[in-house]
Design a protein around this ligand. Structure first.
Ligand SMILES: [Zn+2]
Length: 710
């Protein structure tokens, strides 16, 4: 469920806020004028000239762009005219255009095709960017100008988008703490510094704890029916760890899950399971308990300094949910049904274990083993049966075809355009003859690419003073590359990922607003997964499958029985998946709705939080506090609920299409497109209300998950 946040800029700023040596670049003015990142790009559609840019060009270009931005900010500050919308709010929005241009390309390539120079550059530039933006957002003189304009807002003749930009700008400065004064401001700065340091320490402790654990297996029968490729991987791991033979398993998900599913050795499963569950909680020098406790305390204190009741209240100001109780309301609607399903499954598994003649209590480490058993026995489903129907080019065309049916878009392959890697496919997106934007698609795994799948926007759409800038987006995946005569065949889940990221891509491409900072996927985090997740609904509809899920050899469309079998097998265990996710969400909210800053006993706090919701012993929250990197080192504090929130929106939306009897209903598709076009120029709730004329309903999601009768 977790996808790399597409808000890559913000996330990198968080990840990279580490100290590093500042290597002053001594480039001459002449050289700087020739830096291919800073000159005007004389390329088709103004795409980045990847054929001319060298990795060494990024750091000087970024440093220069920061310098230019600072000059632009000074100009705004030194403007002798009375502050008005144009000379302050719009001027701020338009400032830093060089920096946006360079960071847009840098963060895209650094994630998808990195090298030592780019890695070093990100280490150096990360803290510099954090400091640069802090400097701007905590500048009281700048804020005085913003406030002056903000207080005249009723008198100004502004469009809705301009009003939104004004209030967002004001709000961002306030939540950053620009209003805090004197001793409190000093305290705020020191809390920020301490939180950044703690969060880095949390991450490195977790990495060390994860990497140091090993489960060594010497007897092949303990591997059960583990697939050949995974057996080979485990053998490689054992060699790497200095064993002459045997197999080693680690705490990485791709290693731990298959072992828990297949190994008949209960004690080994338990050892691996506990190794995972106790990371950062072993009372050694990598223990994260004190860090968690201090971070929660500092966040509670910071929230108070900024005038909020709790940290969650502060975070949610900028989200669609707006208040913690709205999130709790949603959670409480799903929780009892999910828990009931999980309890029923637990009882079934416990009985199966007994029937197998295994003694002792059914434990969390037994869960996946019995799920796999039931899946094989009850559904007789094997993922490999479906792969031939999901050749990656076919899947891509299926996504394109869907965009054509819904929005009338077409995609033209561009072969003579600079790319960052030869595997990249580039397409011009058109509506009739009209140029909409460019999408770069990069499908295959390689060492220079980080894991997972994600989208980013290299150039945001905008339209100021008659200068219409069209968007450039990327989609990135980690599929196996074709080799020899073997094409790249995707699993159903991977095919779903193509549609998902393409959904983010469309959000960027269809944007039609005035300002870049309000365009495309610049929406609240609990809204951002909606346009991507909703695509996953279409992709599995028979009408859509018929357009692309064709056998790569015979061209035959995937049989309906196979699809049904797969859907049934996949929907099984929904109780467990929902419960482990939601338990982690409750835990996140519990840590971030503390109203005072006393230091707490982490294990005791977590147990009480889980007892309160009645979590059963056989299921752990997906993340326990000491390895909950999303919220203690990843920028998701008080935000892990976002996936569920977006799921409500996508299920509700697709249900509306279904209700019309036409999943491509043109009228509804037009309204949906209008919502995408509005980007972040309205609040999340306003976007939704303008789309469907009402607030989102949770019932379609409950039905989809099987928690509510239709
Ligand atoms: Zn996503």
């Amino acid at each position: 469920m977790y996808k790399i946040p597409i808000l890559i800029f913000a996330s990198l700023l968080l990840i990279l806020s580490c100290k590093s040596v500042n290597k002053k670049s001594e480039k001459s003015v002449k050289e700087m004028n020739e830096n291919p990142l800073l000159v005007k790009w004389d390329t088709p559609f103004g795409v980045p000239p990847f054929d001319k840019i060298k990795s060494e060009d990024y750091l000087p270009a970024l440093e220069k762009a920061i310098e230019i931005h600072n000059k632009e900010i000074s100009k705004i500050l030194n403007n002798k005219e009375i502050p008005n919308y144009k000379n302050t709010i719009e001027a701020l929005e338009l400032s830093g255009s060089d920096l946006k241009k360079v960071t847009g390309v840098f963060f895209a390539i650094e994630a998808a095709n990195t090298d030592d120079v780019l890695k070093e550059t990100s280490k150096i530039i990360g803290p510099k960017l954090t400091a640069h933006f802090d400097e701007i957002q905590l500048n009281s003189d700048l804020f005085n100008r913003i406030r002056e304009v903000y207080h005249q807002k009723k008198l100004l003749n502004l469009s809705n988008e301009e009003k939104h930009l004004l209030s967002e700008t004001y709000k961002n400065y306030v939540t950053a703490g620009v209003n805090v004064e004197g001793v409190a401001k000093e305290r705020l700065k020191s809390i920020n510094k301490r939180l950044a340091a703690l969060s880095i320490k949390f991450g490195t402790n977790l990495l060390d704890e994860t990497n140091s654990f090993e489960l060594y297996v010497s007897d092949k029968k303990d591997l059960g029916n583990l697939s050949e490729s995974l057996v080979a991987l485990a053998a490689d791991e054992a060699k790497k760890r200095g064993h002459d033979n045997g197999w080693s398993f680690t705490l990485q998900r791709p290693s731990i899950n298959p072992f828990l599913e297949t190994s008949p050795n209960r004690e080994m499963r338990e050892k691996l399971f506990q190794g995972y569950a106790l990371r950062g909680n072993n009372d050694n020098d990598k223990d994260n308990k004190a860090i968690v406790s201090e971070m929660a305390s500092l966040r509670a204190e910071k929230a108070k300094l900024l005038g909020y009741n709790t940290w969650a209240d502060k975070v949610l100001v900028n989200r669609m949910a707006s208040k913690p109780n709205k999130v709790y309301d949603l959670m409480d609607k799903l929780w009892p049904s999910a828990l009931a399903v999980a309890k029923k499954d637990r009882d079934t598994f416990a009985q199966m274990m007994k029937d197998d003649g295994v003694e002792g209590e059914f434990r969390g480490s037994d869960w996946r083993y019995y799920v796999a058993k039931v899946r094989a026995k009850r559904y007789n489903f094997n993922e490999d049966e479906t792969r031939p129907y999901f050749e990656f080019n076919n899947v891509r065309d299926g996504a394109f075809n869907l965009a054509n049916k819904l929005f009338g878009l077409s995609f033209k392959r561009l072969n003579n355009i600079p790319t960052w890697h030869k595997d990249q496919q580039v397409f011009e997106v058109l509506e009739g003859d009209k140029h909409i934007g460019i999408i770069y698609m990069d499908f295959f795994a390689r060492e220079s690419k980080r894991g997972g799948a994600w989208m980013n926007e290299m150039r945001m759409q905008s339209n100021v003073n008659g200068n219409y800038v069209t968007p450039i987006v990327t989609n990135n995946f980690n599929f196996p590359a074709p080799s020899g005569d073997n094409p790249s065949l995707l699993s159903f889940g991977e095919a779903q990922t193509v549609f998902h990221e393409f959904g983010h891509g469309l959000h960027g491409l269809l944007s039609n607003v005035k300002y870049a900072s309000l365009s495309g996927t610049n929406v609240p985090r609990d809204f951002v997964e909606f346009p991507s997740q909703v695509m996953e609904n279409w992709m599995s509809e028979p009408e859509v499958l018929a357009t692309y899920a064709k056998h790569y050899k015979t061209g035959k469309v995937i049989p309906t029985e196979l699809i049904n079998k797969m859907n049934e097998a996949n929907s099984f265990d929904v109780g467990f998946r929902t419960v482990e996710y939601m338990a982690a969400t409750y835990l996140d909210l519990n840590w971030h709705t503390l109203t005072n800053n006393q230091l707490l006993d982490v294990n005791k706090f977590e147990k009480e939080a889980m007892d309160k919701i009645g979590l059963i012993d056989e299921i752990l929250p997906r993340y326990r506090s000491t390895y909950y990197s999303h919220i203690f080192s990843g920028g998701y504090s008080a935000g892990y609920y976002s996936y569920l929130w977006s799921e409500v929106l996508d299920a509700d939306t697709f249900n509306e299409f279904k209700k019309t009897g036409d999943i491509f209903n043109p009228e509804l598709a037009k309204k949906y497109r209008d919502m995408l076009a509005a980007g972040g120029s309205k609040t999340g709730m306003q976007l939704y209300k303008d789309f469907l004329g009402r607030e989102p309903r949770v019932e379609p999601l409950l039905i989809k998950k099987g928690f509510l009768e239709q």
